[in-house]
Design a protein. Sequence first.
Length: 184
Amino acid sequence: MKKHIFLFFLFCFFTLNVSSQSMFSVSKGEVSFYSDAPIEDIEAHNKQPGSMINTSTREIAVVIPIRNFQFAKQLMQEHFNEKYMESEKFPMASFKGIIQQEIDFTRDSTYDVTAKGTITIHGVEKEVVLTGKLKVTAGELTLDSKFKVALKDYNISVPKLLFENIAEVIDVTISLTYQPYHKK
């Protein structure tokens, strides 16, 4: 049910008069982040992102439910949700943008892509340019991207006592696989 809500939310980003043949929705994906810190490295994975790509307009939207990040240690997960991300107040992170390159979505190939848009984390919106690789294979799309997020840019504060536990800049990795979207 939650996945359907995410897909509906994403679908609303796009114009409704576009044929479903130009819409692709995520069929599987993973978002992970890594914090390299002097005392302890922190890593978390989220296998429930939602995303859609409109191949006619090159619009892309991604939503990431914050509470779905899984950590090796339960206490880290609790601190992440309660103290840092305040996931009750800010349950989603999102990106909405436009792929800048012209892509032939009918031809199997791999493209270096840049998406310009707005990322929202912890209730803060910021204009960004993200880079990645988009692979088109037999009607399926795969998008991979790596980028950095500075905690201070999104008003995520780390208590001074914990500054050696959490990096100020987090490495984020996204891998999404898309299938043609079909209305149900």
